[in-house]
Design a protein around this ligand. Structure first.
Ligand SMILES: [Zn+2]
Length: 129
């Protein structure tokens, strides 16, 4: 009669404890629209025509890029959560070796061990030249 319903099975999972919680928290944070800072200011009261068109376009561009970055991160976090559910979390996607726990504590959503990550980055660096 153990209360297992609200606990995620860690069978076959190689991540350090708390990884899933941190991933879920990150996902929740990323899914929240970053509007709170606007709601907290009274600057919204000013009529929009006080800003010139160029400023508005710049702001929209920044927000667009921010969303792209967030979308990218969200995809990585989501992927890590799915790997956790499949029981493959904490294993390198390239060499299938367990990823260093210290590394998982820093980048919980990573799918590569340090060696493979460095190899990939080196390769990317070479290709970009
Ligand atoms: Zn690897």
């Amino acid at each position: 009669m153990s209360k297992m319903e609200d606990r995620v099975s860690v069978e076959g999972v190689h991540g350090p404890p708390g990884s899933l919680e941190r991933l879920l928290f990150r996902r929740r944070t990323l899914l929240c629209k970053p509007t709170s800072h606007r709601e907290n200011t009274n600057k919204e009261e000013h009529p929009i025509d006080e800003l010139d068109q160029a400023t508005i376009l710049t702001i929209q561009k920044i927000e667009f890029n921010l969303d792209r970055k967030r979308a990218c991160e969200l995809r990585r976090v989501q992927g890590a959560i799915e790997r956790w559910e499949r029981g493959t979390y904490g294993r390198c996607a390239v060499c299938d070796e367990p990823i260093e726990k210290r590394r998982l504590l820093v980048v919980a959503e990573t799918e590569f061990c340090l060696d493979c990550k460095q190899t990939l980055e080196r390769r990317e660096h070479e290709y970009s030249h």
